[in-house]
Design a protein around this ligand. Structure first.
Ligand SMILES: N[C@@H](CCC[C@H](N)C(=O)O)C(=O)O
Length: 298
């Protein structure tokens, strides 16, 4: 099957964007995985698929697949690239777009400076909804919330993680220096920890001051990426509840900078999180997707 695609990135988190507004391609998980593969396919952290609106209250639907081929609920950097894509491709002239995702409806605004602001909705703190199983763990109270000790094999002291959902699951742990953080060693252990039945994204957060953070994220189904939008939202929300940040924080990631705002002082824990950052097209192309991409490697 021959497909047209657009390669994009948001703060270095990179995407292959597919347009299914006229025709469904019916790709298999193996074909998504192949498209994302940096050696055999195009290469991306996630594949974003744009579809027609499923209901009259939204403008489009967009669907996200991780590099491992699995479909996921939400992607913050992808949301910004999605709205830039539909605008540049002439699929809409609206600068304010509502889109259905597996995590609910997001509202996105394309700004005059080319950046995009996304209303990411309210964070979810109920462990069962993340989902996270804290049975038998002793929480450490901090700020107006808590962290959970998460024993890891071969790690003497269990790191303490804040656990929440931005439509997708996140565990956030504070480190002194993000550059020296054990992202490669601990990230995969946290991602597949038995306490997270649907796996989890693991954020390593350095608090610089009350309005400034550094963050690296080991993403579920993709490994460490240069930026994770939902990860930045989760880290800031966690840091606000744990007493480290004010309500607006600039987050430096390896591929760029995002601004995250959570006005919980005014609106309480149900306040929606706002994320602002870049969304950049890189190139367009055509690719021949094999029917059974990994047949030769079996
Ligand atoms: N890069 C993303 C998150 C993509 C999904 C994530 N890996 C998951 O499995 O939940 C972002 O910018 O939020």
């Amino acid at each position: 099957m021959r497909l047209r695609f657009t390669k994009m990135h948001g703060a270095g988190n990179d995407f292959v964007v597919l347009d299914e507004t006229r025709q469904r391609y019916g790709l298999t998980p193996a074909q998504y995985q192949w498209l994302a593969d940096r050696h055999f396919g195009v290469g991306a952290d996630q594949i974003l698929t744009v579809r027609p609106a499923p209901t009259p209250d939204v403008d489009f639907e967009y669907v996200i697949h991780n590099a491992d081929g699995g479909e996921v609920e939400n992607c913050g950097n992808g949301a910004r690239c999605f709205v830039r894509y539909v605008h540049d491709a002439g699929l809409t002239h609206k600068r304010r777009v509502r889109v259905a995702t597996r995590a609910g409806v997001l509202t996105l605004e394309l700004r005059d400076d080319g950046r995009v602001t996304v209303d990411m909705g309210a964070p979810v703190f109920e462990p069962a909804a993340v989902p996270f199983d804290p049975a038998g763990l002793q929480p450490e109270p901090l700020g107006d919330w808590q962290r959970w000790p998460l024993p890891l094999p071969g790690v003497a002291e269990a790191p303490r993680v804040a656990v929440l959902s931005m439509g997708n699951p996140h565990a956030v742990l504070r480190v002194d220096d993000v550059e020296a953080a054990p992202v490669a060693a601990w990230g995969p252990l946290i991602e597949r920890h038995a306490r997270f039945p649907r796996r989890v994204n693991a954020g390593f957060l350095q608090v610089v001051d009350r309005g400034h953070a550094r963050l690296r994220v080991h993403e579920r189904g993709a490994g460490e990426t240069l930026a994770c939008g939902t990860g930045a939202c989760a880290a800031v929300v966690a840091g606000i509840r744990l007493g480290w940040f004010d309500e607006a924080v600039d987050v430096e990631l390896r591929g760029g900078r995002l601004t995250i705002e959570w006005p919980r002082g005014r609106d309480g824990l149900d306040a929606p999180v706002r994320m602002t950052g870049p969304a950049e097209p890189v190139f367009t192309g055509e690719v021949e997707v094999p029917q059974d991409p990994w047949a030769d490697s079996r």
